[in-house]
Ligand binder design. Structure first.
Ligand code: 3EB
Length: 342
């Protein structure tokens, strides 16, 4: 973990995480645990538990950690655990829907409450720009009180952006929203002092402009975003699926969906390379997370992804529900480049 960049991301097994030195732990911004819960020693670290199985590994859990070149400060505000350095704030918030039991649409209100609290924290700590959010909720495709839970989530998120004085279109954060097996609504997020640069996909309608057939409020995310830190540019590619225009393509065909998804990521890279302040980004350098709805589709999806990104690329496969019931695959990605003259 010797890194010159202001922030870095890495994937650690539970023993690797447990084996970090005190000096290394001081530099951790936060952890996402996939395939198994976090261990006790995390103390005041923001920890997101994603209740979703890993695919293609013999066993065990994976820890995705963000760390800083500096020691970080911890805080807690409105139920959000966070860590900050001079450039970024990383936080995790879990909201139990049972707290909103009296409402007809508890998840909608949980999502609105969560995002209002996140924005209050960002304003208070003066890291006003939300760069990236990772959203997970149980039963994402289930209908409750006449509305799919993902659509309820979208209403609450959208309303919180507006209620917090923020735009719900245009320069909105990169994001993903996936369905887990159980657990609360859990949101991990990274924010900074500089506005992100949004990137859209010419092959797709912007998500914040989806027509109303996908729900009463459109999803509030950009297809990808750059974030600038001193000497560093981060590229966040949002959850990307087999959608062309605004329509799902290759319904029922996991191979077709995997290929279309990768074509969308390639198109996003091309858009990003037109805007980068660093050198061009390539598919093979991305750190990817691939969500597969049905475990039995893993071998097929994995073969297609590996063929496109190369056998050496870093890909983690997770079994999770995708936010449209006809989507079988979703892939998100990240990369980091140095940037001169800051
Ligand atoms: C899509 O393109 C697929 O609601 O935050 C991808 C990334 C998707 C983020 C979100 C949803 C979200 O519409 C779904």
């Amino acid at each position: 973990m010797i890194e010159a960049m202001p922030v870095a991301h890495s994937r650690l097994s539970p023993p690797q995480l447990a084996g970090l030195s005190d000096a290394q732990r001081q530099r951790l911004l936060g952890v996402t645990c996939i395939g198994g819960p976090a261990e006790a020693w995390h103390g005041e670290l923001p920890v997101q538990n994603v209740a979703a199985p890993l695919l293609g590994r013999s066993a065990g859990a994976l820890n995705e950690v963000w760390y800083s070149a500096e020691s970080c400060r911890s805080g807690e505000f409105a139920g959000i655990r966070f860590r900050v350095d001079d450039n970024v704030l990383y936080g995790v918030l879990d909201v139990e829907e049972s707290a909103f039991r009296g409402s007809p649409l508890p998840l909608q209100h949980a999502a609105e409450d969560a995002y209002r609290r996140i924005f209050a924290l960002l304003d208070r700590e003066s890291y006003p720009h939300l760069w990236r959010a990772w959203n997970y909720l149980a039963d994402i495709n289930a209908e409750r009180n006449g509305l799919e839970r993902y659509r309820q989530f979208n209403i609450g998120r959208h309303d919180a952006f507006l209620a917090s004085g923020r735009l719900a279109r245009g320069n909105v954060p990169a994001a993903c929203a996936l369905g887990t097996l159980r657990g609360p609504l859990t949101i991990a997020f990274m924010a900074g002092r500089t506005a992100p640069t949004p990137i859209e996909n010419p092959r797709q309608v912007s998500a914040y402009e989806y027509p109303a057939i996908y729900g009463p409020r459109s999803p509030t995310f950009s297809r990808a975003a750059f974030a600038q830190l001193p000497g560093q540019e981060l590229l966040f590619i949002s959850g990307t699926a087999s959608i062309v225009g605004h329509q799902t393509t290759h319904v029922g065909d996991v191979a077709g969906q995997a290929r279309e998804t990768l074509a969308n990521i390639a198109a996003l890279l091309e858009s990003a390379n037109g805007k980068t302040r660093s050198t061009p980004y390539a598919l093979a350098e991305l750190s990817l997370r691939a969500y597969i709805r049905r475990a039995e589709d893993y071998p097929c999806a994995q073969a297609i992804i590996e063929e496109q990104v190369g056998a050496d690329a870093s890909v983690v496969y997770v079994q999770a529900d995708i936010c449209r019931s006809d989507l079988l695959v979703e892939i998100e990605a990240m990369a980091s480049h140095t940037m001169g003259n800051c």
